[in-house]
Design a protein around this ligand. Structure first.
Ligand code: MRU
Length: 368
């Protein structure tokens, strides 16, 4: 996607040296577009942990190139397994991270150490390129949902989204935002309600940034406004991304997604989840019981960072110093509240039968 006319991916291998990795520092957006250089394993692990890169598919792509950087230092069996484990442990909820590390290891384990670095870069590039293709396909499979509403009502289509599941959360195009970009390209009049997504404000900071750079009409709302807008017929459709989807269609996504699904259900608003197949965890069925939910620092709740009126970037405290804060970063929306899933292979019901029909080639483990 483009920023001020220049095409970007969210991550790429530096074209000059051919091995270091470039990322957009997402902790600096929307205030500054800063490109960071990752040169070793520790840089990649830090980028994921500190959320300089975030979003399930991008975390996976970063872990893949992180392993390339690690192998440059030491490609022995022992180092490779140790460094893969370090990368896999950087964040717990998004399964794409584990999927990417497992895919890299499956490719590299059979190879002698001397061949591993080149093979790792090729595999990491394939992961990134395939993510772009999957996200673009999600857009093509999802755009009909928006187009049908436009055709039926003859009016602007209002889509609500939560967190950032746009191109910044993937390698390009995004998941939840990809159908919106496709609709915009087709000339459909679409407007996006952007949940601010406390505590880290990925909606206000990142989704608003990328929609704005692409010229898509949008309005940032506080997280608690969605239910009210739905009650008043101001939301035609909800589309969110996912960090992990179980084989039965339960969806882990940014904290607050579940409340939006409840409100959508109560108001008869379709609630769709967009995801590449790398986000499906075929090994588990029950999302609430089995998906690990990341607990992040209380300081993310207590402190807010933004641009002060004098133009400086400032961090302020929004609660009394003596109060505790809890910060679960994700929640699970049960499949029964999900109208359907938008994948790179098409749309399906949020159910084992629905996923099995689209992905018959995936090993489906029986429920424990
Ligand atoms: O904590 P984050 O910012 O990594 O959480 C991101 C989300 O929850 C996204 O909605 C999800 O990863 C889908 S990204 C296409």
């Amino acid at each position: 996607m483009k920023i001020d006319g220049t095409p970007y991916r969210s991550i790429w291998v530096d074209g000059h040296d051919g091995w270091s990795v470039r990322i957009i520092d997402q902790t600096r957006l929307p205030w500054a577009l800063e490109i960071l250089r990752l040169a070793e394993l520790a840089d990649a692990a830090h980028a994921i942990r500190a959320m300089q890169v975030r979003g399930a598919p991008l975390i996976g792509a970063t872990a893949a190139v992180g392993l390339c950087l690690a192998l440059r230092a030491d490609a022995s069996d022992m180092a490779m397994e140790r460094d893969a484990a370090i990368l896999a442990a950087t964040r717990p909820t998004a399964v794409n991270l584990h999927w990417a590390v497992a895919r890299m290891l499956a490719r590299l384990r059979p190879l002698p150490a001397a061949l591993r670095v080149a093979a790792a870069y090729a595999e990491a590039q394939a992961i990134a390129d395939e993510d772009v293709a999957m996200c673009q396909a999600i857009g093509q499979h999802g755009v009909g949902l928006i187009g049908d509403i436009a055709a039926r009502t003859g009016q602007r289509v209002n889509v609500l989204t939560h967190c950032n599941a746009g191109w910044l959360a993937t390698v390009d195009w995004g998941t939840a935002l990809s159908p919106i970009y496709a609709a915009h390209e087709q000339g459909i009049d679409v407007h996006v309600w952007v949940d601010e997504t406390r505590p880290r404000n990925q909606g206000a900071a990142l989704t608003a940034y990328e929609l704005g750079k692409h010229g898509i009409a949008h309005t940032v709302i506080v997280d608690n406004a969605g239910g009210h807008l739905m009650q008043h017929g101001m939301v035609d459709l909800v589309i969110v991304g996912a960090d992990r989807v179980t084989r039965e269609g339960d969806v882990a996504n940014k904290i607050g997604t579940y409340l939006k699904a409840l409100a959508a259900h109560d108001n008869g608003v379709p609630f769709w989840v967009a995801l590449p197949s790398s986000t499906i965890d075929w090994s588990i069925a029950d999302g609430i019981g089995e998906i690990p939910i990341e607990e992040r620092a209380a300081s993310e709740v207590a402190l807010l960072t933004g641009r002060a009126l004098d133009g400086t970037i400032a961090t302020i405290r929004v609660m009394p110093p003596g109060s505790d804060a809890a910060n679960p970063a994700f929640d699970v929306t049960p499949a029964r509240l999900v109208s359907g899933l938008i994948t790179e292979r098409g749309r399906c019901a949020a159910s084992e039968a629905g996923l099995r029909a689209l992905f018959p080639d995936h090993a489906m483990q029986p429920a424990a």
